[in-house]
Design a binder for this molecule. Structure first.
Ligand SMILES: [Zn+2]
Length: 481
């Protein structure tokens, strides 16, 4: 009788706990204990501090209650679920700062438009599976879908990261692609900022052909709402944008056109021309160092997107990286990716993409060492192959290749993004009082950064998601939906 009673009580307790977990999330959740203790775990806390072995992390109703050395014998709350994580490492959930919800549709062939498809099903799940628990969308092609997806995630009706929505592209003329609006002038730029702010968008994205006058109007309108604006610029150089008051520049040096000979004020000379000019410069020389100093003086953050640049370098990334994502892709999208990759490899002799990647890495390293604020994101665009979540992990590996310690790379991809978003009181580091947004991986990324790919569990607000179930649920869908 007593035995039956305790089973009844136990099932009552687990029902209570389960009742808090929405049905839509259940298929992906492996851990939803209200009080959870991670024991014997290595902690990389997101501040850039060295990894600490054999720690105890206590999670209480979605928040981190304490982090302490295992020997300190922390107060283990009554009834807590205790996990022995010997051999595993925990770091903060990634704060992805260039995380579109769209992806290039497979190449349609001659005469067809280049289109990006909204990946409302696959992108949120793959971000979460890859350890991204907060994501800024950094430019939208389907803003109302982005808004709906955020609402569904926040309501517990679908799995995904905490989304921080960015506006549709504020693009000048000619717009790159038919899915973007073409600004007609400064008034139009301010009008759009005001409109999207009213719709609940919390940051803005300026794009390649925006003019200095339009950018100034957009910056002033965004700041009037207390909101920030970033840009992937071309017609406006980096120092000019800093002087106009922009808050963040996407991609870094390789899209800066200010050193292109004969560049006309407010005109994009073309990204290829810009890069050809950059290739002749030395990152340690006075021109690029001058830009670094200027961005830091104006408190302009830079978002690192090394994974997308790597995809243009002949025979990079290693095919092992791509085999990892193959099953997630629509077969046509995989075919389209491999065809373009082959064309890039064929033109290896004349390619400057390898030099661009190396210069970008050097620029980002110098920028940080001199006090600049670097963040990271995966930017799942280009010609494909860089996928949500997977691309964020690859970016960490490339930051390490750029000379950052693994702990510094994780800091760039966690705490820095949280600070920019104004959310660092809630997430971005592993500390008492923060949201339990955590990534548990097998191995030790502080010794081998590639271990960030070995995700065991992703916690968002203390709910532990199974990455394999999230990935399996959208198998073959990237490039389709
Ligand atoms: Zn982008």
């Amino acid at each position: 009788m007593r035995r039956w009673l305790s089973i009844a009580v136990a099932s009552l307790v687990s029902c209570t706990a389960a009742a808090q977990l929405p049905d839509a999330l259940k298929p992906f959740v492996k851990q939803d204990a209200p009080v959870l203790v991670l024991e014997h775990v290595r902690v990389i806390d997101g501040t850039g501090a060295p990894a600490r072995d054999d720690q105890t992390v206590v999670i209480d109703h979605g928040k981190i209650a304490s982090v302490s050395a295992q020997t300190a014998n922390p107060n283990i709350p009554e009834g807590a679920t205790v996990l022995d994580l010997t051999g595993k490492t925990v770091f903060p959930g990634l704060v992805g700062m260039h995380e579109h919800l769209f992806y290039p549709l497979p190449d349609g062939g001659p005469g067809l438009l280049p289109l990006y498809g909204e990946m409302a099903d696959s992108a949120p799940r793959l971000y979460l599976a890859g350890g991204v628990t907060a994501a800024r969308t950094a430019g939208s092609v389907e803003p109302y879908t982005d808004i709906s997806v955020k609402q569904l995630i926040d309501a517990g009706r679908m799995p995904g990261p905490k989304l921080f929505l960015t506006s549709p592209y504020l693009e000048g003329s000619p717009a790159i692609g038919p899915q973007l609006h073409t600004l007609t002038g400064p008034d139009d730029a301010a009008r759009l900022v005001n409109y999207w702010a009213a719709e609940g968008i919390t940051s803005f994205k300026a794009y390649m052909h925006i003019t200095p006058q339009e950018l100034k109007a957009a910056i002033d309108a965004a700041h009037a709402h207390g909101l920030k604006i970033t840009g992937h610029l071309c017609a406006v150089g980096f120092q000019e944008a800093a002087a106009l008051g922009i808050d963040n520049l996407e991609h870094g040096l390789v899209v800066d056109t200010e050193f292109t000979p004969g560049k006309q004020e407010g005109v994009c000379p073309g990204q290829h021309e810009g890069q050809a000019a950059l290739a002749k410069l030395d990152v340690e020389g006075p021109q690029i160092q001058g830009t670094i100093h200027d961005l830091i003086a104006h408190h302009v953050a830079v978002t690192s997107t090394l994974a997308i640049f790597e995809s243009f370098v002949p025979n990079r990334p290693p095919m092992s990286e791509e085999m990892r994502v193959r099953a997630s892709l629509l077969p046509d999208a995989w075919g389209s990716y491999t065809m373009t990759r082959a064309v890039i490899a064929e033109h290896a002799d004349s390619s400057i993409a390898g030099r661009m990647l190396q210069m970008e890495m050097q620029f980002e390293h110098d920028f940080v060492k001199q006090g600049g604020m670097l963040m990271a994101g995966c930017d799942p665009t280009g010609y494909g192959g860089v996928l949500p979540g997977f691309g964020d992990q690859r970016n960490l590996e490339l930051l390490a290749e750029a000379g950052f310690t693994p702990e510094e790379a994780i800091h760039i991809a966690t705490e820095n993004g949280a600070i920019w978003l104004g959310e660092d009181n809630h997430f971005g580091t592993i500390a008492a009082g923060k949201d339990a947004d955590l990534v548990v991986v097998d191995g030790n990324p502080s010794k081998n950064i590639a271990d960030v790919e070995k995700v065991d569990t992703v916690y968002k607000d203390g709910i532990g998601y199974d990455p394999q179930k999230l990935i399996a649920s959208v198998r073959g869908l990237v490039g389709l939906r």
